[in-house]
Structure formats: structure tokens, C-alpha cells
Design a protein around this ligand. Structure first.
Ligand code: MSP
Length: 679
């Protein structure tokens, strides 16, 4: 069997991976079939193997093979197809290892080319029919800002995409909440002259309102001051204690109340304070630190250095994007000291008492991290349904707590570490860190009002890059939304649905004579050009590309890919200028109808794929196209079926009612930096 003219048994690993990837994305059949025709020369290519690769549509063999492929990694497959299969299987395993979320797509049962989402992944199967997404729980010392909203939006988009992928089979849970204990909150309440509970209620309410307004589709909202959480934390503590992982000892060192963490000497520096004296601050955050010396309970963290290294080395996808995974492994190269996990209650009273020892309060990070278990029912056994099918979405500043402390606590308690940790960077404002003291905090509710919920969701997710910090300013929002949502996407919808161009207000028919499925054919009725085939191919592969970007936590790249296809579709419409074609002309009409059909099909794909990011806008778009709610999942997204010789359920269907512009253009002259909204 040949791939790119080479015997697949002798392919280099990168080429083999490419073959496997292409095979799964549906691009390979023709390439490999070509190899098959030359099988005499290669000395390979038994018919069964050719079919395995070539996927002749509709053949019994193909159906059988497709079924078998749903067990890609099965031994039977290996036995049946011999060495070539073993190599591909190895390659798939490597791909799985490399991509982690590993969404390898299988072709749908409709023909040799990939044109729907139909994405099936090794992890979407039975054992993975559940997915539990979490945001960090937010401190209630101050009102929410756009950075907090961004954390929640990333989780929301991942979760919505997941639901879209497997709406009927998968059980999805999505939790968020507020982190209400600890010195930071105790001090903030004292400064505000409020009882801690009053401050917690007030700010927690603000987070809940914000998330509701922003369409965060959480299934759970937890507050660490709830009774169920206290039970979970104390139980968890008891398990660590019974396993001999907690001991009492003297802790002496620096503590940063703002970051709620202990710091080694090397992480502290001295800076001039307001009155000119030199004050100790955290090197990383710049927040003040104070010297602490007291008897505490200490967790044997040092015992977990090697288990953590093994976990991370064995799960290269555990922390995404990769640079963060690497950073954690680097941290683990150094010594891991034991960790103080309680404070004297006389110093910290606002927290959960150590069971059996009221003189100590449990360290707020241990308290906070256990929220992920409380939500799913811990300590009742029901939590095992969800754990560890967990994806934590966190900001880079809290990586150490989630990637070292938390997995160590879990391992210590006899549980598995979370499946995945997705890490994002921060938003700055005009190049500066957002902070209450600098007065540059951007209020997310003002932004949602100004730019609409969908507009602002789109902006944050389209511009936010997990690997790097991003700078916020209003002009950027206006430019992006006007160009991508109002002009490109809204304009496209308008062009293809306006009454003057589509007087029957129906989903027009596709004419295969005008747009044959084989490029390069010539004939009197053929109108499609090479670029049009490129468009079809780009949109056909879009759902898979988008899914891969979601798996790699690069949502901005998913949106970039959609946006690029929107541009390409506008180019298609511009090229064929349907407004110059005449419905009454028997020559023009089938082509005019085809142009509109293709453009609407593209729009249907865009609308479907945008649902996780801009749910209302996507709903408006899909409703206008007449796509019913049950036709909006990725599993049902069969792009342009007529092109592939299959019936199209939309053809001839009435479009939905016209409900105004898709996204109203923003006034460019009214740009200013949104100032803090103080509580
Ligand atoms: N309470 C802890 C988390 C405990 S989770 C068991 C905490 N809270 S936080 O309110 O300070 O931060 C919550 C999330 O918001 C974190 O993921 C943090 O990275 C994120 N962000 C805070 N400021 C941010 C920006 N400026 N930009 C983007 N995200 C930011 O840490």
C-alpha cells in the first residue's frame, strides 16, 4: 500500500502520522486508492487493505470497516489487517498521546468524503460519556472584572461545545462559584466595615448576576460558606489525617494574604512602601507579605514529588497549553517542601475549623480546592460518577495550586488527579495589570451593555490567547465586532436572504450540473470555479478543525478559522454576484439558486459552530435559515449534502422570519476606556 508514492511500511513516523490524520479527516481515500492501483509495484495492497483505506462508499466492506473503526484500537482490527494496521494503530496511539483530547474523526456513513462533523473521539465513547467542567471559584473581596468573566467564558464555551458534540449521550456538568473564606476576605470585610457574611453575600450575588447576564451555562454554583462544603472539607481532611499525611509542626515563613500563599525567602523582595520604608512583597504578584511563625498542621507534600512527575509524564495532555505543562515539570525538578495547611484560629477565624481542633482553621486553598468535589456530591459515593472526568479551567496565577497541591491532596486521599487542566493568561488594560488600586478595573457588566452579550463574549474569546496576556481597550472591541460580526457575517446573511435576491424566501435548490462534485469538469452548465471547490473543502473540514482547536484550548483559533471561512464565503458571493443573475432566465436561475444554496449551507455551518460562543446570535442566524433546534448539533451537521449526492433536508424549506440585522454596527466615534465600577 502506498502513501504519497511510498510503501506505508517504510514511511517515516511524521508521514505515517500525516497519513493517519488524513485518513481520519477523510482526505486520504483518493490518495491511498491511487496507491492501491499501483499495488503490483509496491508488493503490498491486498484488496482488503485497499478497502480499509479506500472506503469505497456504501460497500458492505466499508460499512463493516467503519464499524470496526469505532474500535480503532481493538486487537481484532490489528489481527485482521496485519502489519500495516499495526503501524497505523501505533500511529493513532501516538496521535492520541499527542493530542490528548484526541478527537479523531471517523467518516460518516454517507460517502467517501468528510463533510459533516460526525466527530467521534476515543474519549467521547462510553467511558467518557460524562464531562465535568469547572471554573475557579472567585474571591469575594471585590467586584468581578473582565478577567473573571473571561475565565468563566472559556469554561462555558468548552462546555457548550462539548454539549453540541454529543447532546444526547453525554452527561455534562459545569460548576462555578465563590471562594469566601480566608484571611483575604476576613481583612476585606474588616476594611469595608462589614461582617464577612455580609461582604460574601453581596459580592457572591454580583458574580451570580454577572454570570446569568453573560449566559454562563453553569449547572452548579457553589459558595464555600455552604454547609455541604464544610462537610466535604472536613471529611477530606479526615481522610488525609487517617492516611498519616498530616502532622503538627512549627511553620515559620512569609505569607501573602492577597495571594493566600506561603512564600520561600527567594520569592520575596523589598520595595519602598507609601511612607518610604522598605516593605517585603511577593516577587511574583507584588503583593505585601508578612512573617508568620506558628504551630500548624502540615501536609506531607514532599512525598508527592515523584508521583506528580509520573502523573504528568504519563499524561502529556494533563495541562494544556503545553508550555504550562512544561513549567510545572520544571517546578517539580526542585525540592517540594511540606505545606502548612492550617492557621491559628486566633489569627484566621473566617474559615472551616480543623475537625477535632478548634484552635486551627483549615488553609483556604485546601478548603477552596475541595469545592470541585463538594459540587459532585462528595463525600457521598455519587461523586465517583464525575470524578476524575474533570476539566479545570484556571488562570496562570493559580497553576501551582491546581497542578501541584490539588493533585497531591487527591493522590494522598487515594483519588486520581483531574483529567485535564486548561490554563489561560491574563487581560491587562492599556498594558497594565488590572487592579483596584490602579483604578483601571474594567467592569464586565458595562461591557456587556455596550457591546451586547454576544458581542462581548465573542470579543473576549476571539482575542484572548491562553498562552499570552492580552491587552484590553475599547477601540479594539469596536473594530473587531464591526468587521467580523456586523459586516462579514451579518452582511453575508443579509446578502443571501434579502427579499430582492431571494424573493421566494426559501432555502434554494442546489444544481449538480452547475456545481458538479468533481472539480475540473467542463460542460455548458458547469459554473463552479476552482476557488469554489476550495471554499467547499474549507467549510467541510471546518467542524473538525474547530473541534481540534477546542481540544487544544485554542478557542480563539476556532473563531479565527470560522472568520476566515466567512471571508471566503463572502468572496464566493462577490465572485458570482447573484444580484446580477436573473431568476427568470432558465440559464441563470439554477446557478443563482446554487450560489445561494452554497452560501446558506456555509452560514448554517457557521451558525452551528458559533453556538458555544455567541448563543443568541447563532440562534438568530439559524432561525432565519429555518434550521430547527433539533438540527443544530454537530452530529447533524452534514454540510452541503447535495454536493455529495445526498438529499438536503433544507432545500425548498421556507426561511425563518426576518428579525432585523444580525449584529448592529457599533458607533466607532464613541470609544473610551471603560473605568472601574466600584462596589
Ligand atoms: N479563589 C481563587 C481560586 C480558587 S479555585 C479553587 C482565585 N480567585 S480569583 O478571584 O483571584 O481569580 C479567579 C480566576 O480569575 C483565576 O483563574 C484568575 O486567573 C482569573 N483572573 C484574575 N484576574 C485576571 C485577569 N486580569 N485576566 C484573566 N483572568 C484573570 O484565584
Amino acid at each position: 500500500m502506498l502513501y504519497k508514492g511510498k510503501d506505508v511500511r517504510r514511511l517515516s513516523q511524521p508521514l505515517l502520522n500525516q497519513a493517519a490524520r488524513r485518513y481520519f479527516s477523510g482526505q486520504a481515500p483518493r490518495l491511498l486508492a491511487r496507491g492501491g492501483r499501483r499495488r503490483g509495484r509496491s508488493g503490498e495492497g491486498r484488496r482488503s487493505e485497499l478497502r480499509f483505506i479506500g472506503f469505497p462508499a456504501g460497500s458492505r466492506g466499508a460499512t463493516r470497516l467503519r464499524m470496526r473503526l469505532s474500535h480503532v484500537l481493538s486487537e481484532r482490527l490489528r489481527l485482521r489487517f496485519g502489519p500495516v494496521c499495526t503501524m497505523l494503530r501505533t500511529s493513532f496511539l501516538r496521535l492520541l498521546g499527542r493530542t490528548g483530547a484526541s478527537k479523531l474523526s471517523l467518516l460518516e456513513d454517507f460517502g467517501p468524503r468528510y463533510y459533516g462533523s460526525g466527530s467521534l473521539s476515543a474519549r467521547d465513547d462510553a467511558s467518557d460519556a460524562r464531562a465535568y467542567f469547572t471554573t475557579p471559584i472567585f474571591y469575594v473581596n471585590a467586584a468581578p472584572h473582565i478577567g473573571h468573566l473571561y475565565s468563566a467564558l472559556l469554561a462555558d464555551a468548552l462546555c457548550r461545545h462539548r454539549r453540541l458534540r454529543s447532546p444526547s449521550t453525554a452527561a455534562t456538568r459545569f460548576s462555578t462559584g465563590t471562594d469566601e473564606h480566608g484571611l483575604k476576605i476576613q481583612q476585606a470585610a474588616a476594611t469595608a466595615g462589614l461582617a464577612p457574611t455580609e461582604l460574601c453575600d453581596r459580592i457572591s450575588e454580583q458574580f451570580q448576576q454577572l454570570f446569568q447576564e453573560a449566559g454562563i451555562s453553569c449547572t452548579d454554583f457553589i459558595r464555600t460558606t455552604e454547609a455541604r462544603h464544610r462537610v466535604a472539607v472536613q471529611q477530606f481532611w479526615g481522610v488525609l489525617k487517617s492516611r498519616g499525611l498530616l502532622y503538627k509542626g512549627l511553620y515559620e515563613g512569609w505569607y501573602c494574604a492577597s495571594d493566600e500563599c506561603f512564600l520561600p525567602e527567594a520569592k520575596v523582595t523589598w520595595q519602598p512602601g507609601p511612607s518610604g520604608d522598605s516593605l517585603p512583597v511577593s516577587l511574583e504578584s507584588g503583593h505585601p507579605v508578612s512573617w508568620t511563625k506558628e504551630e500548624n498542621y502540615i501536609f506531607r507534600l514532599s512525598q508527592f514529588r515523584e508521583p506528580l512527575q509520573r502523573w504528568l509524564r504519563g499524561n502529556p495532555q494533563a495541562i494544556t497549553p503545553e508550555p504550562f505543562h512544561h513549567v510545572v515539570l520544571q517546578w517539580l525538578d526542585e525540592e517540594l517542601p511540606d505545606l502548612s495547611v492550617s492557621r491559628r484560629s486566633s489569627h484566621l477565624h473566617w474559615g472551616i475549623p480543623v475537625p477535632g481542633d478548634d484552635s486551627q482553621t483549615i488553609y483556604v486553598w485546601l478548603d477552596a480546592l475541595v469545592n470541585y468535589l463538594t459540587v459532585i456530591g462528595y463525600p457521598n459515593a455519587e461523586f465517583k460518577f464525575w470524578w476524575p472526568a474533570t476539566s479545570h479551567i484556571i488562570g496562570k496565577d493559580i497553576l501551582k495550586f491546581h497542578a501541584i497541591y490539588w493533585p497531591a491532596f487527591l493522590l494522598g486521599a487515594g483519588m486520581s488527579p483531574p483529567q485535564r487542566i486548561y490554563v489561560h493568561s491574563h487581560w491587562t488594560v492599556c498594558g497594565q495589570k488590572m487592579s483596584k488600586s490602579l483604578g483601571n478595573v474594567v467592569d464586565p457588566r458595562t461591557c456587556l451593555n455596550r457591546y451586547t452579550v454576544d458581542g462581548f463574549r465573542y470579543f473576549l474569546l476571539r482575542q484572548g490567547v491562553p498562552n499570552w496576556d492580552c491587552d484590553y481597550y475599547d477601540e479594539k472591541v469596536v473594530k473587531l465586532l464591526n468587521s467580523e460580526l456586523a459586516d462579514a457575517l451579518g452582511g453575508l446573511l443579509n446578502r443571501c436572504t434579502a427579499k430582492r435576491i431571494n424573493p421566494s424566501e426559501t432555502y434554494p435548490a442546489f444544481c449538480t450540473n452547475c456545481f458538479p462534485s468533481e472539480p475540473g469538469l467542463v460542460g455548458p452548465s458547469v459554473r463552479a470555479q476552482a476557488e469554489d471547490y476550495a471554499l467547499v473543502s474549507a467549510v467541510a473540514t471546518l467542524p473538525k478543525r474547530v473541534a481540534d482547536h477546542y481540544d487544544n484550548f485554542q478557542i480563539y483559533k476556532a473563531l479565527e478559522a470560522v472568520s476566515s471561512c466567512v471571508r471566503q464565503t463572502n468572496g464566493f458571493v462577490q465572485r458570482h454576484a447573484p444580484w446580477k443573475l436573473n431568476w427568470d432566465s432558465p440559464v441563470d436561475a439554477p446557478w443563482l439558486s446554487t450560489v445561494l444554496h452554497v452560501a446558506l449551507e456555509c452560514l448554517r455551518v457557521f451558525g452551528t459552530l458559533l453556538q458555544p460562543v455567541t448563543p443568541s446570535l447563532a440562534d438568530k442566524l439559524l432561525s432565519r435559515l429555518g434550521v430547527s433546534v433539533s438540527e443544530r448539533s454537530l452530529g447533524k451537521l452534514y454540510f452541503l449534502p447535495r454536493f455529495y449526492g445526498h438529499p438536503c433536508p433544507f432545500e425548498g424549506r421556507r426561511l425563518g422570519p426576518e428579525t432585523g440585522v444580525l449584529f448592529p454596527k457599533l458607533d466607532q466615534s464613541r470609544t473610551w476606556v471603560v473605568k472601574a465600577h466600584r462596589t
